[in-house]
Design a protein around this ligand. Structure first.
Ligand SMILES: [Zn+2]
Length: 481
């Protein structure tokens, strides 16, 4: 019988507000520890939290954009636990009345649409940061340093239903969620900076079983690559245990990036362990219909809508999805270019391959203003019409990024226009064959790689004006005739 994995994702999204969730401390991007603190985010006696309105607007925007129902009367709860990075001994979070419930997010996996079901979207505050000196882990550290700059930064937790079926799907989901929060302009969305942090709940069961297997939570995955590897590892670990009838225990496991294994951290707390109760310091949060409608009116073009526009231009689901994960100006530029070239695939390939590649090399984040959809299209059309080789197209693009020029004019004056006259090319081919009799004999003896040498001679003789594939075709025709 088949063993089926089931995955649920919990993702914390750090919002890009100016100030923290329940106090006026600035959100700072600094390596200096403990620069932005006050009695409230340190949880000192007598301090009182006051919710950040901008953060509530941001979470409402995210909940609406993931098709959630909005809870109009929500509540903040205290989630009690003791860690040194949470000095007030509880985290302000939401429990049974989260801002958003029962949503969904469209994703693309292997060129096909899938839907990830969202269970809840709730508001909470971040904790401080502990750095375990010596080993990196609390159990074997020589000392632990605490930085409270992060304590109290608004976090949105997005929890999916446990319906994700593979590591690939989990990765595609995080990529989509990341693009969404960037497009909504509510988070930097940088994984390397911890703006998005995710845990995976994984269980395995025999296909057809009515109940899910025991779930294990995996923490400490810092990149999409480690997310994929950790899920794969955990599925195979649990599958082996299930097959040999070992008891899988409910626990939290730590992904070890170096060893590429998960190891037990602690047995998993149930929600009863957290002693949730409503925070008596914060009144109920009323999200009026007016408020929700005002936020709804500010929803920008969503990643799923961008995908649709790219697909309508003629791109495949996969290409549309990839283009949607680039900066917005790339997508807009693609649309303008493909309208001129009338060739969506060639425009997509040239922009996402060659153009982005050259910009990356030059460490440019945007185009010089003289590189327009019009002159970039001119290059693509020259290639499409076999007037220039792809190598020449790359060269013209490099020049164009350096200085203003007209691609076709440049191609003409730099002798880059290809010879397309078959008779003319034929003459050159014959010339090369005549002067390489020995090579021809060796080719007929099976030394196929010498064909490339002759093609090179043809191109050289034509001063680079012959398209290599045309030259090869004519050459083989002559040799085999
Ligand atoms: Zn503060």
């Amino acid at each position: 019988m088949n063993i089926i994995p089931t995955i649920g994702m919990e993702t914390h999204v750090e919002l890009k507000t100016n100030s923290k969730m329940f106090c006026r401390c600035y959100v700072l991007d600094t390596d200096l520890p403990n620069e932005s603190l006050c009695p409230t985010c340190l949880g000192l006696p007598g301090s009182l939290p006051a919710p950040n309105k901008k953060a509530i607007e941001f979470i409402t925007l995210l909940a609406l954009s993931t098709n959630c129902s909005i809870t109009n009367e929500g509540m903040f709860h205290r989630k009690n636990y003791f860690y040194p990075d949470l000095p007030k001994n509880y985290q302000i979070s939401q429990f049974d009345l989260p801002v958003g419930t029962e949503g969904s997010l469209e994703i693309v996996v292997d060129g096909e649409f899938e839907t990830v079901e969202i269970e809840r979207v709730h508001m909470e505050e971040d904790t401080g940061k502990s750095t375990h000196i010596g080993s990196g882990r609390i159990d074997s550290a020589t000392s632990t340093h605490l930085d409270f700059n992060r304590a109290g930064i608004p976090l949105v937790e997005v929890v999916t239903k446990p319906l994700i079926k593979s590591s690939k799907e989990a990765v595609a989901y995080i990529e989509e969620l990341r693009q969404l929060v960037i497009d909504l302009n509510i988070s930097e969305g940088k994984l390397e900076k911890g703006n998005l942090r995710f845990d995976a709940n994984i269980s395995v069961a025999y296909e057809g079983d009515k109940e899910l297997g025991t779930k294990v939570e995996i923490k400490n995955m810092n990149s999409l690559k480690s997310l994929e590897k950790a899920i794969e590892y955990e599925i195979s670990r649990q599958t082996k245990m299930l097959k040999s009838k070992e008891n899988i225990i409910q626990e939290t496991r730590h992904w070890d990036e170096k060893k590429e294994v998960t190891s037990s951290m602690r047995s998993k707390e149930g929600s009863a362990d957290y002693r949730y109760f409503s925070d008596p310091d914060i009144p109920n949060m009323i999200l009026s219909e007016d408020f929700v409608n005002t936020i709804k009116a500010t929803i920008p073009v969503l990643p799923s809508e961008k995908r649709k526009v790219f697909m309508d231009s003629g791109l495949s689901i996969e290409d549309s999805n990839n283009l949607g994960k680039s900066s917005n100006w790339i997508g807009d530029f693609y649309i303008q270019v493909s309208e001129i070239t009338k060739d969506s695939k060639a425009s997509f390939n040239f922009i996402t391959g060659e153009l982005q590649g050259q910009l990356r090399k030059l460490e440019l984040l945007s185009l010089p203003n003289w590189v327009t959809a019009k002159n970039l299209s001119e290059i693509i059309i020259l290639v499409n019409n076999d007037k220039i080789s792809f190598t020449s197209a790359k060269e013209i693009l490099t020049k164009l990024i350096e200085e203003k020029l007209e691609p076709e004019e440049y191609a003409v004056s730099n002798n880059l226009i290809q010879e397309n006259d078959i008779d003319e090319i034929g003459k050159i081919v014959l010339e090369v064959i005549d002067s390489n009799e020995e090579v021809i004999i060796r080719i007929s003896d099976g030394e196929d790689k010498l064909i490339g040498f002759l093609v090179g001679q043809i191109i050289k003789l034509s001063k680079g004006k012959v398209n290599p594939s045309v030259a090869k075709e004519l050459l083989l025709k002559e040799i085999n005739s």
